[in-house]
Structure formats: structure tokens, C-alpha cells
Design a protein around this ligand. Structure first.
Ligand code: 5GP
Length: 178
């Protein structure tokens, strides 16, 4: 893909590898939530590609909702401040909720969302993330399903951006400044 001036992309996880792992996660989730009322909650915007693929790999009559929270904005550093920009449209009461996130870094964002959804009366709340930067964790969050553990590099693609660029990349790529 063409890059913006001064940026270089290096493939970390190829699209084909992501597809295979997402299929495995979908099969596992299908088994775990059989006979349960499942609701996927995607965290916008980064999870939009992952949740679209994952939902189609889950063979259950599930529901989908979205939340948007403040993220890094124009910087690549977490502020530690989480703000809800878009709340859920539907009630989670009595539902088995699976929060679908693109990446867990410090854990601050998911820690907040996890508490928020639990307080809304969900029957159960679990977390599924495509990427996990384990070495960066500041608060412990229970990650029940994960695609890949990655090192402490800033990545883009498959929904993830830098200043809104590269969300449409099929691969997950390391981005560096030249
Ligand atoms: P946390 O609250 O766990 O520190 O951060 C989670 C959020 O930070 C993610 O949802 C994502 O928006 C952003 N983030 C963390 N690491 C990366 C990264 O390597 N690339 C991109 N594009 N966003 C990241």
C-alpha cells in the first residue's frame, strides 16, 4: 500500500494468517456459547474489520452492538483517560456479552469497558482481542480469547490506524517514521 510521506510499513502478520486464526476463534466461540444468547460488542473504530470477520465465523444467532471510546487521538501514547463517545444502543441485561477489541495495550480502555458492561446487568462478560501487547499491561484485564500476542511495536492495518490511515490494510503492519 502507498504510505504517507515519512512513514514505512513492515508486515507483522499476514492477512492469510489472520484469516486462519479468526476462523479458529470463531469455532471456539461457537462451541463455548452454544445455547446461550450471545451479543458481540465491537469497540469502534479499530475493531470494525475484526468483528465483521469474526461474526461471520461464529455459527450462532448472535446480536451485534458497538461502543466508541476516546483513544490515542493524534498521539501514539495512551492518556489513561477513557471517555464514552458512543454508548450501546441495546440493553445487555440477561445477555452473554463478548467484547471485541482490536488490541489491548495498557489495558486501561478495556478495564473501563469491562466494568461498564458488567454494571449494565449482562449475564456474563468476556473479552476477545485480535492483538495483545502483554508487555505493556498496566492494569490486569481478563482476556478470554486472543488472536496474537505481539511485541511493543506500533501497528496498523486490519482496522488499526495511525491518524486514521491504514485501517483498510489486510495485513497487520509495523509502522515506523523514516
Ligand atoms: P489501552 O487502553 O489498552 O492502552 O489501549 C487500547 C487502545 O489503544 C486500542 O483500542 C487502540 O485504539 C490503541 N492502540 C494501542 N496500541 C496500538 C497500536 O499499536 N496501534 C494502533 N493503531 N492503536 C493502538
Amino acid at each position: 500500500m502507498r504510505t504517507a510521506a515519512g512513514e514505512r510499513l513492515e508486515v507483522m502478520i499476514e492477512a492469510q494468517q489472520i484469516r486462519g486464526r479468526v476462523e479458529q476463534l470463531g469455532e471456539q466461540i461457537t462451541r463455548d456459547y452454544e445455547d446461550k444468547e450471545l451479543m458481540l460488542i465491537g469497540i469502534l473504530k479499530g475493531s470494525f474489520v475484526f468483528i465483521a470477520d469474526l461474526a461471520r465465523c461464529i455459527d450462532l444467532p448472535l446480536a451485534v452492538d458497538f461502543m466508541a471510546v476516546s483513544s490515542y487521538g493524534m498521539s501514539t501514547q495512551s492518556s489513561g483517560v477513557v471517555r464514552i463517545i458512543k454508548d450501546l444502543d441495546h440493553s445487555v441485561e440477561g445477555k452473554h456479552v463478548l467484547v471485541v477489541e482490536d488490541i489491548v495495550d495498557t489495558g486501561l480502555t478495556l478495564n473501563y469497558i469491562y466494568g461498564h458492561v458488567r454494571a449494565r446487568g449482562a449475564m456474563s462478560v468476556k473479552i476477545c482481542t485480535l492483538l495483545d501487547k502483554v508487555s505493556r499491561r498496566q492494569v490486569a484485564v481478563p482476556v478470554h480469547y486472543k488472536g496474537f500476542e505481539i511485541p511493543d511495536d506500533f501497528v496498523v492495518g486490519y482496522g488499526l490506524d495511525v491518524e486514521e490511515r491504514y485501517r483498510n490494510l489486510g495485513d497487520v503492519c509495523r509502522v515506523t517514521r523514516t
